[in-house]
Design a protein. Structure first.
Lengths: 770, 247
């Protein structure tokens, strides 16, 4: 027999909260299990392939701070917009107008966080846990109360938005270090209201709507939630807040008597008695609302908990389908696509939330960034083709991260089917990469068409930018699919765990590097970056191919090994880090030997440290070492260096007799003008960082799948194209020597010596003569 | 036709399949029997290239199931224990897709799919989304997917597990037909009467190791005359449990 009264309510609320928190904790713990030996029970399930969730913790903290900052500037904006110009900002008592304005802000944040919760939450999932909870021996209204209370406590996005804004209001009302406590206490009634509305929506919609309608609604809500979030954020941005401040000014005074208004009043009131009075009024109001809400919920559930089937029936579409089939059998358009591509397009046309996620949300997010960004991208975009091309590429790259990156996740639990076909999985993935590479070209095509109409002039610069972006997108479609192989968990039930965030960030970072290729003013650098990106796509694809036999394996994965793609990523990172640090150090000053050395070393150190960190995390085999256990053979290195230098100096001599020496000596003179700083740069920094990347990672990675000579020549070629045109041949020869020496010694010391000796000779010998 | 050469699989420290050597001849209907968690599904998934063997090899028609997976699939039809299909696709569309992936022309694949679904008694639901199918319908659709390219070998994981009596009977009839037409069938099951009715030879696996193989008659001899397969199964797995160092 169930007891009535408060005890079962508290107990069941506590049970539900604990269950929810336990689930959260289990999910987080599963991440940190990695690498630990589990004694006793030997079967470890999926733990071997998980990754840590440190990024999530950091992200949460950053969100809290970020929202606080935005709320603070939003309130100050509201003060400037709503209060008379001569009133002084005394941070104690809000005027009526400001109270209404701040109430509007809280209302807006409350609404958008609610939308966000609904959009990311239960609506999309076919199963419904209330069906299970209702079988527990608890009275149904106790259960409903418990559910609402539980959701008021466990609601991360609501907590981030409301606690931060309430804390800031408390700060502006004169509270200091207690502001955070006041913020938490004051936010709770609002979170309770949010929990009620969420439960009402969740229950009511499930009972009245077909699964198909529910999914469409979910797609609409997820779009709305992003728009609402951007509008809320815009209130806190300088120069972007006019629209929302205008809306705030039209808000009626009675808004103060809504729960949001009472919350603002209660926080702002400095006398304790008055504050308590407002708080009581607030609690009474929220209490009445929640009580009525629970009655409504009981009414909704009067026929019991009836959930629809997993998916709407497709039979009502049958007549149309039968007709279409009878007419042609196969449509002409369809014959353009392979079976896999046609299936992907069918899914895209039927699954609204997939469509919205992959094609609409990127548009909203990038559009929002462009409109709200402070750098004036929105206006300069139509004047500067480089900005236009960067935005267009960014949009396509983002869209690829939601589509091509997710290829395995769209297969989901049906992935087994791919293993029953007489095709390699790789061929199927290639089909998908091609499809998405073409679909996402739509955005840049439209943007460039508009750009071509508005552009001040259509010149080579415009054409170059367009071409770079256009060529980049198919390359990044392949990169996205390849990284998606590593970054997805197709068998996970929960949407949030299907993607490993670190791989999404890696993909984002790589696409960011490509933007450098679009904006750089030097055509040679642009070409180098495009070639590097193409090589990277090949290398990542090769690495992903190692992974394919293991996709459905819960336990085994191919051993982590150094690969060519690591070297290429490190190279690009080196380039960009060096460029940025040089820009920061030099500023408007003159390039000197010292700044060049420092920038080079910072770039090298960043890429070196990052690679070593990733290798240590993944317990990678075959990380190149400077000293090996065996003989390091420094003499071999010096001999190799002398051989390469002999070739280089002969080359200089031949070029000199051919009358081209002016160029060369001009080059070396400008290098020598760097003074003595050139020596540590050429003899220490360059050998150390460059050998790690080009011999250690790129040659080592290539050597895994190729023989000595192909690997040697390819790695030397990549190394050579990164150098000035006249130096390409001797540098190539040096790369060959270093690779051969590395092949013999398996330690980096000898190739570093090759590099150092070569550089010393090439820089030093002309120094003696010129 | 099917050959295991010391096929092994471990999960961490746990050995799911001990070195397993076995040959199944062309035209045999081989029943792979064992309690839950004995390693049946792991073995079958290695045959399909879904899991990578920790050691040894599985060969079908002389082709390695791991390194030559795509080649092997030309000869093989597969039904998993719990077939899950793409969301938002109709039964007809899934079967057509599978047929196309096996190299059929799109229009031909569509016609073939409809014909197969009719044969399997799924006419009523050809245009329903496959995720809404009942378990019996899903298994029948899976069997249709496995048979659409007319393979020489059928690999079936618990083909009638979880089906109602009528659906189970339908599936058994289908399998007998397939066997009569000369296909080699390798199926796992823990349903003994099913094994008794359909299989020509039986292997019993327990704790990842093969503990007995032979025709039904041979296995009966091991225990006593006229013993039921159930008695055989219980005796053999008990013996194995007694011998196993750490059950």
């Amino acid at each position: 027999m169930t007891r009535s009264g408060a005890a079962p309510l508290l107990i069941s609320t506590w049970l539900l909260v604990r269950l929810r928190l336990r689930r959260l904790a289990n999910q987080l713990m599963a991440g940190s299990q990695r690498g630990k030996k589990t004694a006793g029970k030997a079967r470890t399930g999926n733990a071997g392939k998980r990754s840590s969730k440190v990024i999530l913790y950091l992200g949460g903290l950053m969100m809290l701070v970020g929202f606080g900052t935005i709320a603070a500037s939003a309130i100050s904006n509201l003060h400037h917009a709503l209060d008379a110009p001569d009133t002084f900002w005394v941070t104690v008592e809000f005027s009526t107008a400001l109270t209404v304005g701040v109430t509007f802000l809280v209302l807006f944040l409350w609404t958008s966080s609610l939308l966000l919760t609904v959009a990311s939450g239960e609506l999309a999932k076919p199963d419904w846990d209330l069906e299970w909870l209702i079988t527990l021996p608890i009275r149904s209204d106790t259960l409903l109360w418990a559910r609402i209370l539980e959701r008021s406590v466990v609601n991360p996005s609501g907590a981030v938005a409301l606690i931060s804004v309430c804390t800031i209001i408390a700060w502006f009302s004169g509270y200091r270090w207690t502001a955070a406590i006041v913020g938490v206490v004051a936010a709770w009634p609002l979170l309770l209201l949010a929990a009620l509305v969420r439960t009402l929506l969740d229950t009511g919609l499930r009972l009245t709507l077909q699964p198909g309608q529910l999914r469409n609604l979910h797609a609409i809500i997820s779009v709305l939630s992003i728009v609402a979030m951007y509008l809320a954020i815009s209130m806190g941005l300088a120069g972007k807040s006019d629209f929302m401040l205008g809306v705030a000014a039209t808000m009626p005074d009675w808004l103060v008597y809504t729960p949001m208004g009472l919350t603002v009043r209660a926080i702002n009131e400095r006398s304790f008695a008055d504050a308590a009075l407002w708080m009581v009024a607030l609690l009474a109001q929220v209490g009445v609302i929640v009580w009525s809400g629970v009655q409504l919920l009981r009414h909704q559930l009067r026929h019991g908990v009836i959930a629809g089937s997993a998916r709407e029936s497709a039979r009502n579409l049958r007549s149309a389908a039968t007709k279409a089939r009878a007419a042609t059998g196969v449509s002409r358009l369809g014959s353009l696509f392979s079976a896999v591509q046609l299936r992907e397009l069918t899914l895209l046309s039927r699954d609204r939330s997939f469509l919205v996620q992959s094609l609409v949300i990127p548009l909203l997010i990038v559009g929002g960034q462009v409109l709200l960004g402070t750098s004036g991208v929105a206006t300069s975009m139509w004047k500067d083709p480089n900005v236009l091309a960067s935005v267009a590429f960014g949009l396509a790259a983002y869209s690829l991260s939601m589509s091509a990156f997710q290829t395995l996740n769209t297969e989901g639990h049906a992935l087994w089917l791919l293993y029953t076909f007489p095709h390699s999985i790789e061929a199927v993935l290639k089909d998908k990469a091609k499809l998405w590479g073409v679909i996402t070209l739509a955005y840049p095509t439209i943007m460039f068409a508009v750009g071509a109409v508005v552009a001040p002039e259509l010149d080579w610069k415009f054409l170059g930018a367009v071409l770079t972006a256009f060529l980049g997108i198919p390359i990044y479609a392949f990169i996205a699919v390849a990284l998606g192989i590593f970054g997805s968990n197709p068998l996970e039930q929960h949407q949030h765990h299907k993607v490993k965030p670190e791989y999404v960030y890696l993909y984002m970072m790589l696409s960011g590097l490509y933007v450098y290729a679009i904006v750089t003013p030097y055509p040679a650098q642009r070409l180098i970056f495009m070639v590097l990106s193409l090589l990277l796509a090949f290398a990542l694809w090769q690495k992903a191919r190692d992974q394919l036999p293991y996709l459905l394996d819960p336990d085994a994965s191919p051993p982590a090994r150094v690969s060519t793609s690591d070297g290429l990523i490190a190279t690009m990172l080196f380039f960009v880090a060096q460029g940025i640090s040089a820009a920061v150090i030099i500023g408007r000053g003159r390039v000197t030997g010292a700044t060049l050395l420092v920038a080079f070393s910072i770039g090298g150190a960043i890429s070196y440290a990052l690679m070593r960190y990733v290798y240590a995390r993944a317990k990678t085999e075959g990380v190149p070492r400077i000293l090996s256990a065996g003989p390091n053979r420094p003499v071999l290195g010096i001999a190799g260096g002398l051989a390469a230098a002999a070739f280089g100096l002969t080359y200089l001599f031949v070029i000199g007799s051919a009358g081209l020496l002016d160029d060369v000596s001009g080059d070396s003179r400008s290098f020598l003008s760097l003074g003595l700083w050139a020596i540590p740069l050429a003899v220490i920094a360059a050998p150390v960082f460059e050998e790690f990347i080009f011999r250690g990672l790129i040659f080592g990675g290539l050597r895994r799948s190729f023989g000595v000579w192909p690997a040697t020549l390819a790695s030397a070629a990549v190394f050579a194209i990164l150098h000035p045109a006249l130096a390409i041949l001797p540098v190539f020869a040096m790369g060959v020597c270093a690779a051969l020496v590395y092949e013999r010694t398996h330690s980096l010391l000898a190739p570093m010596l090759v590099h150092a000796v070569y550089n010393a000779c090439i820089v030093g010998v002309p120094m003696l003569y010129v | 036709m099917i050959e295991f050469l010391k096929l092994t699989r471990t999960y961490g420290d746990f050995t799911a399949v001990q070195p397993l050597s076995l040959t199944v001849q062309r035209g045999e209907v081989f029943g792979f029997l064992g309690p839950n968690g004995a390693g049946k599904t792991t073995t079958i998934r290695m045959m399909m290239g879904i899991l990578v063997p920790s050691g040894g090899q599985a060969l079908i028609s002389g082709l390695d199931c791991h390194t030559q997976r795509a080649e092997v699939q030309r000869h093989v039809g597969y039904l998993p224990d719990n077939p899950i299909y793409y969301d938002f696709l109709r039964g007809r569309e899934i079967l057509q897709f599978v047929a196309e992936m096996h190299g059929m022309e799109r229009a031909e694949a569509g016609r073939q799919a409809l014909r197969m679904l009719g044969e399997f008694g799924l006419d009523d639901v050809v245009d329903e989304f496959a995720v809404n199918y009942s378990m019996g319908m899903k298994k029948k659709l899976g069997l249709a997917c496995a048979l659409i390219h007319d393979p020489e070998v059928l690999i079936l994981d618990e083909p009638i597990n979880g089906l109602d009596p009528r659906a189970a009977r339908d599936v058994q009839e289908r399998l007998k037909l397939a066997a009569a037409s000369g296909k080699t069938i390798f199926m796992s099951t823990h349903l003994l009467d099913m094994a008794e009715k359909v299989c020509t030879r039986i292997g019993i696996i327990h704790h990842g190791g093969l503990v007995a193989t032979g025709t039904l008659a041979e296995l009966r001899q091991r225990v006593e005359q006229n013993a039921s397969l159930e008695q055989v199964f219980l005796t053999v797995t008990e013996e194995a449990a007694a011998q196993a160092p750490n059950p």
